[in-house]
Design a protein around this ligand. Structure first.
Ligand code: COA
Length: 155
């Protein structure tokens, strides 16, 4: 059964596996191999990754087999990471994580949620009430990607 819990120190490596799996399996439909390598590099800086996860303090989705998704919300309503493993698509894991972010936003009295959303995740965020503010072309490792700043006003 799916459970959602707070991040714990020691989760970092499993979260990196989910991140890679989501991008390499699901987002790979909407991005070129060069873009995928720039977004989810094989030679990621593991110390920097762990530091980012500890700073973000994501909610973590867990099935019997282990961690299958994670998502965070920051103090200003920014969602930095939102990923579900490519081995568990369309099983409402993202929906459960999104509900959790909304509950957390309500607890903190946030006025809005916003995220830089991949082309792959855009229909999912739209379904959850986010709208595109602007389209963006971020550069990672010298490679231009495409995403959209999406926002949802709360309350
Ligand atoms: C986007 C993502 C988080 C969705 O997670 P998920 O657990 O598969 O989503 P859910 O099962 O809760 O989907 C709920 C609804 O969202 C929509 N949706 C989800 N994934 C979709 C997709 N790839 N294309 C179109 N609609 C999608 C559908 O309406 C879906 O309902 P349905 O399955 O009954 O049609 C996941 O696919 C992912 O991690 N993608 C790749 C990484 C990425 O781009 N992350 C976001 C960076 S901002």
């Amino acid at each position: 059964m799916l459970a959602i819990r707070a991040f714990r120190e020691g989760d970092e490596a499993a979260l990196l596996r989910v991140h890679r799996s989501a991008i390499r399996t699901i987002a790979a439909r909407d991005y070129t191999p060069e873009q995928i390598d720039a977004w989810a590099p094989e030679d990621a800086d593991l110390a920097a990754w762990a530091e980012r996860m500890r700073r973000n303090q994501p909610f973590v989705a867990v099935l019997d087999e282990g961690i299958v998704g994670y998502a965070d919300v920051q103090a200003d309503g920014h969602i930095d990471h939102f990923f579900v493993s490519g081995e568990h698509p369309r099983r409402r894991i993202g929906t459960r994580l999104m509900a959790c972010l909304h509950e957390e936003a309500a607890r903190r009295g946030l006025a809005e949620l916003h995220a830089d959303v991949s082309a792959t995740a855009e229909p999912f965020f739209a379904r959850h009430g986010f709208v595109v503010v602007r389209r963006q072309r971020p550069v990672r490792r010298g490679v231009t990607l495409h995403n959209a700043l999406m926002r949802k006003r709360l309350g």
